[in-house]
Each structure stands twice: as structure tokens, then as C-alpha cells.
Design a protein around this ligand. Structure first.
Ligand code: LLP
Length: 434
């Protein structure tokens, strides 16, 4: 059974209408059309504040919380996050561009990626981006030469892969050895890269980065990562005489996609990461580097829902019940890509008891299954279906497949809606065609 009260910002009024962020979502659907992404400003702000507070309280050095903009990089969202004092993690020049436009201080922007091209590095240096996270030996060479030409010294972190298997979908696991990202700790490869980086006159080695995966429900892999990281720092100190100035442990904190899930609180995450780091550094007698974390999903996913209009309902007795909605894999590709699960309600009859289970399908011309086994009160054409926790990796991974225009995004502030991204028009779809 879905328990709507488990989702932040969600309530059901006396008439059985679903409210989110203080707004009647059926009215939002009427006013702005469907499909519609709806975000709540308060939840975004609360999450930013909670990360800063909980990690700050458990670490003796400086903490910088950096928002992974890949989760959702609409300018309005970025402005809110910047206003909360976070930095920005960008994995492309496009994301850097958005972060700069939204007002993030350039020195709080982190540039990631396994293949940053020469022009990307030039762009980053020209725009005084705070950290470039080097992913490979080739990149270290290239950045050193780009920085030499620009007459600069680039502040860098080295991305390492600690060889940790986090229990998450295999496609979004990045800390283990078998990954395209980073330089393995194992076999001394990362250590060797640190030495090489220190010898490059135009690179300023600040420390290292690792990101072990996404939607991680268990803190053990984080604790293990911290252990590996501190061992690595101790080795660098002992053998090279260098104190690591910064350690960036990435993001990956899980959010609620179903009512049964047991979630890790931000306090628990901070205890596992900042707390473990504090005690291990003390044990080793190492100075406290700046601690950076990069949450993306856990800042925006719970702050978003998607509204769809229900279309035809097809019941195949003894087989399955299908419901079509007016969106699909173009506005949420996660079920198709990762088998991701979500929970949903009929927003205009949210208090009605659920009956049968339905397979909710999108409009795309293939087996576009969005959400399966969703218990609903018998859906009717024209109902509004609300899907929870869609604030991350939905809009940012959306496409125009089948030439469907992307939905609008509405931001709620104290229950008042404002359009922050316009719905695409039919002409937008062909604007770049020559
Ligand atoms: N830092 C780095 C270097 C990352 O690669 C990522 C995510 C993050 C931070 C933020 O992770 P988060 O806190 O959002 O879990 N498209 C997938 C998610 C891929 C995440 C990739 N990296 C999905 O829809 O689940």
C-alpha cells in the first residue's frame, strides 16, 4: 500500500484532493496542463540546509556541500541552491554555463567527467572554475598544457576508484574497479598519479574525489570508502610529505521511491561520513582537509512530482490492466533505463481505496512502461495521476522522442505556483532543423 504521508510536502484534503507543497495539484494540472513537473521550493531549501547543518556539526574541518546539477539544472532551481550557500558540481560545459548563469561563485564549481576535451578545459580555466576533477593520465597532461598556455595553475582533485561495491543498480555504480571513471587505488595506480600530478608545474594538487554510486541505501560502503581515503591520505603524507587539502566523497544518498523503504537520514549519513572521517583522521594524526560532498538526487528528487492526465484504460481479464497517461519515457526514462520504480496516486480521488493493480504506460511507440503494479481506484479517462519523487533525473534526462515537447516545470513557493520552465512548443521541436 502506498502511504502518501511518507512523502514530504504531500497531503490529502477533506475532498480527497492531493496537495503538494501547499497547492491543490488538480488545479495546477488544469492551469498549466499535463504532463507537468511540479517542484516545491521549501523542500529544496530544507534539504540544502540539512546537509550543511548535519555534516558541519560532525566534522572539525571545513565542509562544502556541492549540488550535483545533473540531477536537475533549471536556472530557478540552481538559483535557490546557490542562495543556500552550496557549490555546484558540473559534468559538462553546459552545466558549468548554467551554474555560472544562476550565480554560483566560480570557485565553488567542480568540473567532472571522464572525457573533458581541450575546449572544455579551456572554458573552465577561462571562467576560473574552482576545481577540475582529473579523471585520467591523459587529462592531467592535457590540462597541464592548457594551463601553461593560459599562464595559470589549475586547482585539481584526482578521481580515484576505491573498489567498493555499493548495493545499487549496476548501471549507476561507479566506485568499483570495473568502471570507466577514475584511477584505481588498487595496485598503487592512484598513488603514482598523485606523484605525477605533483610534478606538473601548472597543476595544483588539492586532493582527491570519489563517488561510489547513486541511490545507496546503506552507509557501510561510505564508511569503507572513508577508511580507504584516510589510508591513502596517510600514505601520501608519509611517502610524499604532502598533506591532502581536500577530500570530496561525491553524492549517492538514497531517496524514497516506495513507502516500504527504510531511509537513511542526513544525520546518519553525516555520522557515517563526517563522523568516521573525524575519528580516523585523529587516529592517524592527520590534519583536517576540507570535506566536500556532492548530493544531487537527495536535494531535488523528493522536492518534485509529475502530473499526468489519464487516457484510455484497457482491462484484459485474467491478464493485466493497462492505463495510458499523456507522458512517458521522454519525460521519465528511468523505468526504461534502470527498471526504476515509483509510486503514484489518482490526485483527484486520492483518498479512494485502491482496487486493482495497473500497469501505467506512456505514449511512445514502443513498450513504454512507466510504472508497474500500481494499485489504484479504477482509473477513468481525465483523472490526474500524480507520481512522487520525480525531481531528480527526470527533466534532466528527458528527450523529445517521438517529437513530444518537454513538459513545463512549475515551482511552488509557500503554495504559490510560478512557471520556471516553459512547456516546449511544436516549433521548438524543429527549431534547429535546416
Ligand atoms: N558526484 C558525481 C561525480 C556523480 O557522478 C554523481 C552522480 C553525483 C555526485 C550525484 O549523485 P546523487 O547524489 O544524485 O546520487 N541517471 C542516474 C543517476 C546517475 C548518477 C550519476 N552520478 C539515475 O537516474 O538514477
Amino acid at each position: 500500500m502506498i502511504k502518501p504521508e511518507k512523502y514530504p510536502g504531500v497531503s490529502i484534503n477533506k475532498k480527497g484532493i492531493l496537495h503538494f507543497g501547499g497547492a491543490d495539484v488538480v488545479r495546477l494540472a488544469e492551469k498549466f496542463g499535463t504532463p507537468l513537473y511540479v517542484m516545491d521550493e521549501r523542500i529544496v531549501r530544507d534539504n540544502c540546509k540539512a546537509f550543511r547543518k548535519e555534516f558541519g556539526a560532525r566534522y572539525e574541518g571545513k565542509v562544502l556541500v556541492v549540488y550535483a546539477t545533473k540531477a536537475l539544472s533549471s536556472l530557478a532551481v540552481l538559483r535557490i541552491v546557490a542562495d543556500e550557500g552550496l557549490g555546484a558540481d558540473a559534468s559538462s560545459v553546459g552545466e558549468i554555463h548554467g551554474a555560472l548563469r544562476a550565480g554560483f561563485a566560480a570557485d565553488k564549481i567542480y568540473f567532472h567527467g571522464n572525457f573533458k576535451k581541450r575546449e572544455d578545459l579551456e572554458y573552465a580555466l577561462k571562467n576560473h572554475i574552482g576545481r577540475i576533477v582529473i579523471d585520467s593520465r591523459e587529462e592531467a597532461e592535457l590540462l597541464n598544457s592548457v594551463a601553461r598556455r593560459a599562464g595559470k595553475k589549475a586547482a585539481v582533485l584526482l578521481r580515484i576508484t576505491p573498489g567498493i561495491e555499493a548495493h545499487t543498480h549496476h548501471m549507476i555504480q561507479t566506485g568499483k574497479i570495473d568502471t570507466k571513471f577514475g584511477v584505481p587505488l588498487a595496485g598503487g595506480e592512484a598513488f603514482h598519479m598523485v606523484k605525477e600530478t605533483l610534478q606538473k608545474p601548472h597543476l595544483n594538487f588539492m586532493g582527491f574525489h570519489c563517488h561510489i554510486g547513486s541511490q545507496i541505501l546503506d552507509m557501510k560502503p561510505y564508511r569503507l570508502t572513508v577508511e580507504h581515503a584516510v589510508e591513502f591520505m596517510a600514505k601520501i603524507k608519509k611517502q610524499l610529505g604532502i598533506a591532502v587539502r581536500e577530500i570530496n566523497l561525491g553524492g549517492g544518498f538514497a531517496v524514497r521511491y516506495n513507502s516500504r523503504q527504510r531511509l537513511i537520514t542526513k544525520q546518519q549519513a553525516a555520522t557515517a561520513i563526517a563522523g568516521t572521517l573525524t575519528s580516523l583522521l585523529k587516529k592517524q594524526g592527520l590534519p583536517f582537509p576540507q570535506l566536500v560532498i556532492e548530493p544531487g538526487r537527495s536535494i531535488v528528487a523528493p522536492a518534485g512530482i509529475t502530473l499526468y492526465a489519464v487516457g484510455p484504460v484497457k482491462e484484459i481479464p485474467g491478464v493485466r490492466n493497462y492505463v495510458s497517461v499523456d507522458g512517458g519515457m521522454s519525460d521519465n526514462p528511468r523505468p526504461a533505463l534502470y527498471g526504476a520504480e515509483y509510486e503514484a496516486l489518482i490526485a483527484n480521488r486520492a483518498a479512494a481505496p485502491a482496487g486493482r493493480k495497473y500497469r501505467i504506460c506512456g505514449r511512445h511507440c514502443e513498450n513504454d512502461i512507466l510504472f508497474d503494479n500500481i494499485p489504484l481506484p479504477a482509473p477513468r479517462y481525465g483523472d490526474i495521476l500524480a507520481v512522487f519523487t520525480t525531481g531528480a533525473y527526470n527533466y534532466s534526462m528527458s528527450s523529445n522522442y517521438n517529437r513530444f515537447p518537454r513538459p513545463a516545470i512549475v515551482m511552488l513557493s509557500k503554495g504559490k505556483p510560478r512557471l520556471i520552465v516553459e512547456r516546449e512548443t511544436l516549433d521548438d521541436l524543429y527549431d534547429k532543423d535546416i
